[in-house]
Write a protein that binds this ligand. Structure first.
Ligand SMILES: [Zn+2]
Ligand SMILES: [Zn+2]
Length: 97
């Protein structure tokens, strides 16, 4: 991709990112103001802690949450549950400022 913006429009980049997100190559993250941000992550299901001040993102896994979600969804007869969970807060660096 070129970075001067003359050949690749923002919409094109956005579509490419959406496609990559759909195929799991990048993760989409919803920011507190409702925007969708993209980043490359380790493969596999995980969640994010996002600093609302500097945007730093930490990957976390929540085995308990997966378990609970499956159980509760099952009670309602739902299978193949998918979810995205993002936690927003202030990271250690930002809170010590
Ligand atoms: Zn921060
Ligand atoms: Zn999960």
């Amino acid at each position: 991709m070129r970075h001067d913006g003359s050949t690749v429009g923002l919409a094109t980049v956005y579509r490419a990112l959406q496609a990559m997100a759909a195929s799991g190559e990048v993760d989409s993250i919803r920011t507190p103001d409702g925007q969708i941000a993209y980043r490359t992550c380790t493969p596999g299901h995980h969640h994010h802690l996002v600093c609302r001040s500097c945007g730093r993102t930490v990957e976390i896994s929540l085995p308990g949450l997966e378990e609970q979600t499956r159980k509760i969804a099952g009670q309602y007869g739902f299978a193949e549950i998918d979810h995205e969970v993002e936690f927003f807060g202030t990271c250690a660096d930002c809170s010590s400022k």
